[in-house]
Design a protein around this ligand. Sequence first.
Ligand code: COA
Length: 371
Amino acid sequence: MANPVISATGLFTPADSISNAELVESFNRWVEAHNAEHAAAIAAGDMVAMQPSSVEFIEKASGIKSRHVMSKAAILDPAVMRPDLPERPNDEISVLAEMAVAAARDALARAGRSPADVDAVLCACSNMQRAYPAMAIEVQAALGIEGFAFDMNVACSSATFGIQTAADFIRAGHAKSVLVVNPEICSGHLNFRDRDSHFIFGDVATAILVEAKEMAPAAHWEIVGTKLKTVFSNNIRNNFGFLNRAAPEGVGAPDKLFVQEGRKVFKEVVPMVSEMIVDHMGELGVAGVRRLWLHQANAGMNRLIAGRVLGHEASADESPTVLDSYANTSSAGSIIAFHLHNDDLQVGDVGLICSFGAGYSAGTVFVRKAA
Ligand code: COA
């Protein structure tokens, strides 16, 4: 049976970013205009005045300082407050596929791999641009890969579910080289007029090349073990779908965008994920973990999870964050952390890539540096 490993990862980061100060200024200008427009109703007690957002709250509650986005001007325009990415004709590559291809090319170059050697493409992410044809097949065509491709969506856990799926294909002999891409335009599903969540997400794309050890480059990461878990919850939800007649218009249809009970998510997911990691370590006989590349949703959640797993407060070296500059990028978060913070580990070091999010869903991927 072939042994699956991670040969390389890749990253595409949008050029534009929005700081908390810029985001809050736009939000507060909209709040001011909204309250002025409805001043009479607010004075009469028929309407509740909107409250301003604050830079201090955002950083304290989440650890986020900035986020990269694909459409900065429109998001910051108080009259728009959503990304404006014009639809492209069908004979042009779609924007989500373009991002995925950029990340994939980075991973392929790092592995010294030609697309001709790849057998399958999985597009594993939260925010698919369309229903069909699958984004993964468009990425496959753009790269000139033969074989098969399909989309899979397990929200923020899509990348780890993608890694296990790719690893299983390799173990079963259905493929030797599988490209998993995670393009996320999270800003397309974010309600920039919701004070509780307008700061949460950013846009990015990552790629993971999972291959049979025999063909992998010398410098790779062995997959020691993977584990997946799902438990149904409505605490993170997005009702956008084909049954909606009108396009979501922010405040007009808030449930057709990302909504969450953030406090409940925090309280329920921290114990679920900590236990899952500790149990999985026990099953694999992993004695210690050198580094945790955790899902990047909230700095406080990661502090608690890492503390429970390590038995002490994790240092930035043990549990690196990319939340400050990328915000929550859904499935891509733990892969960005891994991509940017794995070079310095020693041969034999064991680390953990871990995701968690809507579903609820969680995935653990223990990896060991081979060379
Ligand atoms: N600016 C200023 N104040 C704000 C604010 C903003 N943008 N948003 C909320 N507040 C206020 C609230 O009104 C509330 O005030 P009150 O205490 O007077 O009622 C207070 O801040 C606390 O709000 P709350 O929503 O309870 O904050 P929190 O500390 O729980 O942090 C999250 C909010 C969303 C950052 C946090 O709960 C979280 O990250 N949870 C996990 C989310 C997650 O991982 N989701 C997965 C997505 S894939």
